[in-house]
Design a protein around this ligand. Sequence first.
Ligand code: AN7
Length: 358
Amino acid sequence: MTTYNLNSFGILKKYKNFLEPKDLPLISMGEGNTPLIEAPQLASITKANVYLKLEGCNPTGSFKDRGMVVAISGAIKENKGHIICASTGNTSASASAYGARYGLQTIVIVPESNIAKGKLSQALAYGARVFAIRGNFDNALDLVKEAGEQLNVEIVNSINPLRIEGQKTAAFEIIENLGNSPDMVFIPVGNAGNITSYWKGFKEYLNFSKSTKTPNMMGFQAEGSSPIVNNKIVESPETIATAIKIGNPASWEGALNAKKESEGIIDSVSDQDIIDGYLFLARKEGVFCEPASAASVAGLIKLSKNGFNFSGKDIVCVITGNGLKDPDIPLKYSGIDIEVINPNIGELNKKMEKNEFT
Ligand code: AN7
């Protein structure tokens, strides 16, 4: 038999000894091993060493694939035929992809409005059954919990502990890349599964890596959807960052625990901060992410403006999802008008004379 040198081993194989339970089928479509890149412009405004963890480079374009591959492996092991999730979009895209690949019927429950186009397109392309409910994400998750109790389906939301297991591997990779834990991790918070996972990962890897410390976990919600910051469920959450438009996070306790143990914070950023961070990332660092992902960077910029001293610190901002997920945002917020011209060099030259290109 020919042995090919495929580089799609995924997190289940790589971190086999660090994931519970240990006897899961080692499926993969190449999730994890995402780039950690320098962010020189953010470094220059904060005086810190800033790195971006590009989770949009996962197979379906978001960090969800790390947890999903483990949850799906669990569903295969348990001989489940159906998986179900509530989603603001990325979880449904990821579940649908793995469901398709491993022959599980995927049922997706999304809020009727506000699912970004890219994410919905993915669920449709992968062939999921999509139900749009008259309600928001929190209502969708309540329905999924009921379905989990009454129907023979496996829930693949982050209330499934295997999701949290898988997502902690991003912390392992950061430690491997930097040779130690960073001083701080900035991360967007919606359902708070990811901040819970990262914190678990940083703690667990202390004993198995060169890591000598754990970072402060710096979580950021969107101002109009900030139940954890305000210690109160938000009945009608609002934000341009639809991925984190969540009023009653499933891992609320996990986020509070991460904040407390890591001596971090859970704060919020306005939609304007999010758009500013989003455009800064795209235009200064060349990184195109979705609005929710920019909440991490918006949080860093906000604290820096407020006089927080980051000098000399190693800081990682988690960029959770790819910009192509939500293609309507640049069309609305880029501030650029597309100019229609004739295919004529004279006309092009004339246009160029008028702006900074010349
Ligand atoms: C790009 O897909 O909740 O705090 O249903 O898609 O772990 O919820 C997505 C969440 C951040 C927040 N960035 O992570 C879903 C969903 C992006 C996201 C979050 C989400 P959690």
